[in-house]
Design a protein around this ligand. Structure first.
Ligand code: CTP
Length: 405
């Protein structure tokens, strides 16, 4: 199954207008294409001064359009055809001039004509010099566009092409691709479902400097959160400390310790449809964290540990628990027997088991090899796949279970 099946075959129109940030739009086109999205690029005349249609065609594998095409073979209907097929219209970078056209329904080139014919969500990423951005006309146009339902992302502040620093830079492609995924995912099979996903490892304080941590990278949990968003779900991600970028569109609750994760998960799980506990929760914590840094001169300390709460069990016992509870089991021996016991003991609907002794599965790597066990006793042994593919396989099962409840 494709990693983000809900995005495969979706159509996005990427309008590119005359700003130096055009070169970053190529990355947006490329990343969306890699996700399986069919990207129709339309360049304005000014954009073609910075970058050519060929550049975009080379990364999308599809024709990129420019104004001359409006009067080409397909004549006056080209913009209608492109707009009708679109699941999303992205204008990135959007100049002050194009913003003005979009806000006021001016339709004098292929992109602005397409925008007037478009009924899909509109994502706009302004890019211009700081003074142009602050101009009252630009601000009015942005407010007008927002009132019309457009989603404005950015601009960011930082170095501008004029050499000045200020607000006006186009937002980074990764963020724009994140929002594009979010809007393309709406209406997917998990639309209207609220999922809570936990990810990463917890850290338990020994003193103000040292912690007891584990090797969880958070990659599998983050992939589940992203894939759930792609499928249309509303996602709360409760995350331990990780180096990963938060999936765009998720509500992210950052926690450090197991106690904090328990509180955050219990709060988020209220009224949620499913909880997926991918986090590696520390089972034990120092019974008494030292308020001051422990000094070496005092010799090696003995650290007494006490048990952390079991978060899954706490959620399983709560009133109005989510309809579907999913646990993970990282095992280094007797994988299936241990996993089946955890499924039963923790009263779970699904359990994802992986053998962490394998080099290509488990912590830190991008791939995983898992067995998914279900409450009804069934077991699905999945081959080695990316963590995004594992996420898709798991969420397909969560979706089925939710449908059957
Ligand atoms: N889990 C939890 N709260 C804990 C520990 C674990 O909710 N305090 C969850 C994990 O997020 C995971 C599942 O329980 O989804 C199984 O975690 P694991 O550490 O494998 O299980 P334990 O019950 O801690 O068993 P053991 O470590 O002894 O194998």
């Amino acid at each position: 199954m494709p990693t983000t099946s809900n995005l495969v075959g979706k159509r996005a129109v990427l309008g590119v207008t005359g700003s130096i940030a055009c070169y970053k739009a190529v990355d947006i086109a490329s990343k969306l294409t890699q996700l399986g999205v069919e990207v129709d690029v339309i360049l304005t005349r000014a954009a073609t001064q910075f970058v050519t249609p060929l550049t975009f065609q080379s990364v999308t594998g599809r024709r990129a359009y420019r104004d001359e095409d409006l009067w080409g073979d397909e004549g006056h209907v080209l913009h209608i055809g492109i707009a009708k097929a679109a699941n999303l219209l992205i204008v990135a970078p959007a100049t002050a001039n194009t913003l003005a056209k979009l806000a006021n329904g001016i339709a004098d080139n292929l992109l602005s004509l397409t925008a007037v014919a478009n009924t899909a969500p509109l994502l706009v990423a302004p890019a211009m010099d700081g003074g142009m951005y602050e101009h009252p006309a630009t601000q009015d146009n942005l407010a007008k566009l927002e009132a019309q339902g457009a989603h404005i992302v950015g601009p960011a502040s930082g170095h501008l092409a004029s050499g000045l620093k200020g607000v006006g830079r186009m937002e980074e492609p990764a963020l724009l691709v994140g929002w594009a995924r979010y809007w393309l995912g709406r209406g997917g099979p998990l639309q209207g479902r609220r999922l809570v996903v936990s990810a990463g490892g917890t850290q338990e304080a020994i003193d103000p400097v040292r912690v007891i941590a584990n090797r969880s990278s958070g990659k599998q949990g983050y992939a589940i959160a992203q894939t759930a968003l792609d499928l249309g779900a509303d996602v709360t991600l409760v995350s331990g400390p990780t180096a990963l970028a938060a999936p765009v569109g998720a509500e992210v609750v950052q926690v450090t310790s197991a106690d904090e994760m328990l509180a955050a998960v219990l709060a988020a799980a209220k009224g949620a449809d499913a909880l997926i506990m991918a986090a590696a929760v520390a089972d034990f914590k120092p019974a008494q964290a030292s308020g001051q840094k422990i000094k070496r001169a005092k010799g090696a300390p003995t650290i007494e540990l006490s048990a952390n709460p079991d978060i899954l069990q706490a959620v399983a016992a709560m009133k109005g628990r989510p309809a579907v509870l999913v646990g993970f089991a990282a095992e280094s021996q007797d994988l299936l027997a241990n996993a089946a016991k955890k499924l039963k003991d923790k009263d779970l609907d699904l359990l994802v088991a992986n053998d962490i002794s394998a080099k290509d599965a488990g912590f830190e790597v991008d791939t995983n090899r898992v067995v998914i066990l279900a409450r009804d006793g069934s077991q699905a042994e999945l081959p080695l796949m990316s963590k995004a593919e594992v996420a898709a396989a798991l969420l397909e099962r969560v979706d089925k279970l939710l449908e059957s409840k």
